[in-house]
Design a protein around this ligand. Sequence first.
Ligand code: MN
Length: 236
Amino acid sequence: MTTNFAFPPHSIVGLPIVGSSAQFPVRRIYCVGRNYAAHAREMGFDPDREPPFFFCKPNDDASVVPVSAGATVALPFPSLTENYHHEIELVVAIGKGGSNIPVEDAPAHVFGYGVGLDMTRRDLQIRMREQGRPWEIGKAFDYSAPVGPISPASMTGNLSRGSITLEVDGAVRQTSDLTHLIWSVAETIANLSTLFALRPGDLIFTGTPEGVGAVKPGQTLTGRIDGLETLRVKLV
Ligand code: MN
């Protein structure tokens, strides 16, 4: 029986899957904070002293922006920020759920990988952080999560190395390698699954390397990770 909603519910966001006509249905969006040592330092923290920590972004069709292969998608500039930052990240797409997943079992829970941008109103995030308040207004706003196509792990293997870069209007702003992740993909899945029961459709943004910075309307952001589809958005 079809549920009789009072008004049409929002639709589930689908991400393109490389080599398939099916789409990846997005459930929750988990994000890891400060998962590259050089980025932790640029944000004023000691990377050696912190276990992984997590925050979330909304999963609705106003927040997640699917970006197809070869496309340049318009990304609306958010309100109330003077310091809007790019954060290029490896996104892990979960295909099999679970709780308390051992590190050695974690790869079997991965559906695939994509390139994402954890767009951030840095001024609002830092203001909230200094007041000991939640980060949502800095991290969980509309159009804050552009994500490219998901490449199945059956095609890519387990990603643990490879360059990760972000260009703004063709100039490289962020460049690192997945080997510099403090918490690997498998360790992140294992840790996160002690806090939340993971389910198919969940996305994990694994953190950004150093070089985050401000962008302006009119600029084009290009994110690349070895072996994955390029992500490109233009700020409007
Ligand atoms: Mn981030």
